[in-house]
Design a binder for this molecule. Structure first.
Ligand code: SF4
Ligand code: SF4
Length: 454
């Protein structure tokens, strides 16, 4: 795969300036899934009928690629049952009836402030900071995000070995990017937090730099938005800033931001930014890190955007576990019956269950009206080449689509299907309205399933 050095993808309208998040009262019932990230599911540590307090662990796992899960309200466990996750898969979920008292667990009520300034963070051992992040169960804020402690822990095995000598090569992290641009505007939780440049955020970014070992910190700011507060913070800390266009989709996504700011290509299909010496985290995740370190408590809220065809598009500060249907109601409800996507209009996943909760990995929802819901047709490709011109990673989507449609999965793998970032640009521009992303996702799934079996 080779990223384009000139603009491909598609052009989007500039998202409107986002107002600061509005705090939403905690709901009467919260749904706490025992898996809120990519990786292993936690096991419940509570039983139905048991009283719980805020911050109390309700699920835990020994697996490294998992996180502890805490109650986000005080109350009583009603039941443990399967509830739909953002990808529509059932996940065992602890359902808690809120008593309205917001009573923290005793030891957390006394927690105090272990870190009150960034200077203290940069003198603390990285392993100690990482331990706090793991205990708090932080997750990178994006659908199928990984537990943050997994992202920040150096790999156990070297990435490569020196030719002839066999000396292991471990690429050190030299750059930390804090991404204040959103993957899939107009769902814009990061944009809504641009003005919240407080000590909590400064501590969060300093901690991420300390843990990763990055000498260079870059704040990737949305071009055309008012980022004065973050620029002042960057100047005070000798961090760099860079402007990223919000209208060039999908150039605000992780791998493409890494490429545009460092010139390095994240290897595909299995690579990650760490492989090229970069750690990249959303602004709202850096805020979560700062909150954990300044309060000594787990994070119980999420910055969550509601956009699209709703009566009052808004970004909210929502208690984790709040049903998405209740957040939609707070935004005035859909203005027209249509489709709810967890994520944005290009990469979001359809959600049919209004009781599916806001989780650590969700950033927001986008509501499409019925007239805007794309109805794909089973038409043959007319070889117009528009998808090829749009693909930001220089694939041949038309060929890949046909290979997947006719189940030639290994041929598709040879044509680099696994490098597809599922941005949806090919489907967006296709005049034959072919369901390109469905074909490509299905093909990738079949290839990976086949490789797991062999
Ligand atoms: S979905 Fe995949 S093939 Fe289609 S444009 Fe995006 S990266 Fe290219
Ligand atoms: S845009 Fe659609 S019709 Fe045109 S080449 Fe690509 S798949 Fe075929």
């Amino acid at each position: 795969m080779k990223f384009s050095s000139w603009f491909k993808g598609i052009r989007l309208p500039r998202p409107p300036a986002a107002a600061p998040p509005v705090e939403l009262p905690a709901p009467e019932v919260v749904y706490i899934p025992l898996r809120q990230h990519r990786g292993a599911q936690a096991q419940p540590t509570v039983e139905p009928g048991q009283p719980v307090q805020m911050g109390q662990v309700v699920g835990a796992s020994e697996d490294f690629e998992s996180t502890t899960v805490q109650a986000t309200v005080s109350g009583t466990v009603k039941t443990i049952k399967d509830v739909s996750d953002p990808a529509g898969e059932p996940v065992p979920t602890v359902v808690i009836a809120n008593d309205g008292a917001d009573a923290w667990l005793d030891e957390l009520a006394e927690a105090g402030a272990p870190f009150s300034e960034a200077a203290a963070v940069v003198k603390t051992r990285p392993t100690r900071l990482l331990k706090r992040i793991r205990e708090a169960g932080l997750v990178r804020a994006e659908v199928q995000g990984r537990p943050l402690h997994v992202e920040l822990t150096p790999p156990l095995a070297p990435q490569s070995y020196l030719y002839m000598t066999g000396i292991p090569v471990m690429r050190p992290i030299d750059t930390l990017i804090i991404k204040a641009v959103d993957n899939d505007p107009p769902v814009s939780p990061n944009l809504a937090c641009l003005g919240m440049a407080d000590s909590q955020l400064e501590i969060g970014i300093s901690a991420l730099a300390r843990i990763s070992g990055a000498e260079r910190v870059v704040l990737a700011l949305p071009a055309g938005a008012d980022s004065a507060a973050l620029m002042a913070m960057a100047a005070a800390n000798e961090w760099e800033t860079a402007q990223i266009s919000q209208t060039h989709y999908p150039y605000t996504t992780v791998n493409l931001v890494v490429h545009s700011l460092t010139g390095r290509e994240v290897p595909t299909p299995y690579g990650e930014p760490r492989d090229v010496g970069v750690v990249i985290e959303p602004l709202i995740t850096a805020r979560d890190v700062g909150q954990v370190l300044t309060s000594g408590r787990p994070v119980v809220e999420r910055i969550f955007s509601v956009a699209g065809e709703v009566n009052r598009p808004q970004t909210f500060q929502v208690r984790l576990g709040t049903p998405i249907g209740e957040v939609l109601a707070a935004a005035g409800g859909p203005s027209e019956a249509g489709k709810v996507l967890v994520g944005g209009p290009m990469m979001g996943l359809a959600q049919f269950d209004p009781s599916a909760p806001v989780t650590r990995e969700t950033e927001g929802v986008f509501v499409q009206s019925a007239r805007n819901v794309e109805h794909f047709a089973d038409q043959p490709c007319i070889h117009c080449g528009r998808c090829v011109a749009a693909c930001p990673v220089n694939l041949l989507p038309s060929e890949l689509g046909k290979l997947c449609e006719y189940q030639q999965f290994e041929d598709a793998a040879e044509c680099d299907l696994l490098s597809c970032i599922e941005c949806g640009c090919c489907a967006y521009v296709c005049p034959a309205r072919r369901p390109m992303v469905h074909f490509l996702r299905h093909g990738k799934h079949e290839i990976l399933a086949g490789r797991m079996e062999s």
